[in-house]
Design a protein around this ligand. Structure first.
Ligand code: NAD
Ligand code: MG
Length: 394
């Protein structure tokens, strides 16, 4: 078997580390072409020493110089590059077969799209990229023959529960609706009135999953499920109204597909991202991921309940943006990124997050998307509006 060359965008993050864990279990099968990181340079250095990539990409020239010097001292031949163009270069390079898109937020859009436009197998963790660019992204997948495989555990589950020819349309393959499960995050059992005083530490203490800070806060506000609803509508070409969100506190059923004959097909497993990562890396084959087998007798029970719309307005805002379409989802995403950062920096309270997003959505009239520059401009404008709100509410 010939070796598969992998670029990991966002290697130093939670998904990046899990990806390298899976790869290190199959060194005959996978080799690392490039690793990228924006911070945590000591982690990136250790990853370069362990995986010997041809390239490492960092944020700026100063970081690059330090890392390059350390790597040379350790006799590591990895070449260190810096900046946004270098991210696109290692995502689209001729020798690369697979790109793990695991940068967090809008910063991942350009390199992920570069991988798509180069016709790579793209493992999509960076949901914000697809939320922002929707139709443009999916058209590029079609046009350039990229193979897009979802890493988000819910979307990976749905992919596994759908027939291979699902692109014919949900009605053609007999799907009634998609049931998107949500853990409900750390605040699922709180009262709405208690949310205004929660801290970033509490928001980041997810009961079932260990993840980066931004997605942890998104899980606590349920904006993560909102972004996932938009993500699912693009990935599987379904209307937002065909996607139902269900709170499932155990995070064992990763999502379900409801067929018109009454069959409901689900994918289950322990909550560990190495399962979807290994699935997408090896698809259509299967490889060991290092995840322990699911013991249903220990799990014992699986609970389901509807989300509380008063506690979690972000879910409604995302559904509305999905229905509106055009630039609305890019606005939603940008305002959310600004709000989450402000919450993590203790500049606003947790319940201000949906207020900022709603204000930004109301300030910018949605437009139909023209091209990538239009999306990036929308992203910038939405950030300005959200930041203005912050300045005016100090
Ligand atoms: P993380 O914060 O742990 O890691 C983010 C990575 O992106 C790091 O390598 C960081 O250096 C890099 N990065 C950050 N800002 C950057 C910038 N401006 N330019 C270039 N690189 C930058 O995040 P994570 O939890 O690994 O999540 C990554 C993506 O995967 C997110 O889009 C998230 O929604 C998605 N995702 C994560 C999980 C999970 O379990 N962690 C599950 C599903 C989906
Ligand atoms: Mg998810």
């Amino acid at each position: 078997m010939s070796v598969t060359w992998v670029t990991v965008l966002g290697a130093t993050g939670s998904i990046g580390v899990s990806t390298l864990d899976v790869i290190s279990r199959h060194t005959q099968r996978y080799a690392v072409f490039a690793l990228t990181g924006h911070s945590r340079m000591s982690v990136l250095k250790a990853q370069c020493l362990a995986h010997n990539p041809r390239y490492a990409v960092v944020a700026n020239a100063a970081q690059a110089l330090v890392l390059q010097t350390h790597l040379r001292e350790a006799r590591c031949l990895t070449e260190v590059l810096a900046g946004g163009d270098a991210l696109e270069q290692v995502a689209a390079a001729e020798s690369v077969d697979v790109v793990m898109a695991a940068i967090v937020g809008a910063a991942g859009l350009r390199p992920t799209l570069a991988a798509v436009r180069a016709g790579k197998r793209v493992l999509l963790a960076n949901k914000e990229a697809l939320v922002m660019s929707g139709a443009l992204f999916m058209q590029a997948v079609q046009k350039h023959g990229a193979v897009l495989l979802p890493i988000d555990s819910e979307h990976n589950a749905i992919f596994q529960c759908l027939p291979l020819d699902y692109a014919r349309g949900m009605a053609s393959v007999g799907v009634r609706r998609i049931l998107l499960t949500a853990s409900g995050g750390p605040f699922r059992d709180m009262q709405a009135g208690d949310l205004s005083s929660v801290t970033p530490e509490q928001a980041c203490a997810h009961p079932n999953w260990s993840m980066g800070q931004k997605i942890s806060v998104d899980s606590a506000s349920m904006m993560n499920k909102g972004l996932e609803l938009i993500e699912a509508s693009w990935l599987f070409n379904v209307r937002p109204s065909q996607i139902e969100v269900v709170i499932h506190p155990q995070s064992v059923v990763h999502s379900l597909v409801d067929y018109i004959d009454g069959s409901v097909i689900a994918q289950l497993g322990n909550p560990d991202m190495r399962t979807p990562i290994a699935h997408a890396l090896a698809w259509p084959e299967r490889v060991d991921s290092g995840v322990s087998p699911l013991d249903l007798l220990t799990v014992a029970r699986l609970d389901f309940r509807p989300p509380d719309p008063v506690m979690f307005p972000c879910l409604r805002l995302a559904r509305e943006a999905a229905e509106v379409g055009g630039t609305a989802c890019a606005v939603l995403n940008a305002a959310n990124e600004v709000a989450v950062e402000a919450f993590l920096g203790r500049r606003i309270g947790f319940t201000d997050i949906p207020v900022i997003i709603e204000h930004t959505l109301e300030s910018l009239v949605p437009e139909s998307v023209q091209d990538l520059d239009h999306i990036l401009l929308t992203d910038r404008l939405a950030r300005e509006h959200a930041l203005n709100w912050l300045t005016n509410h100090r």
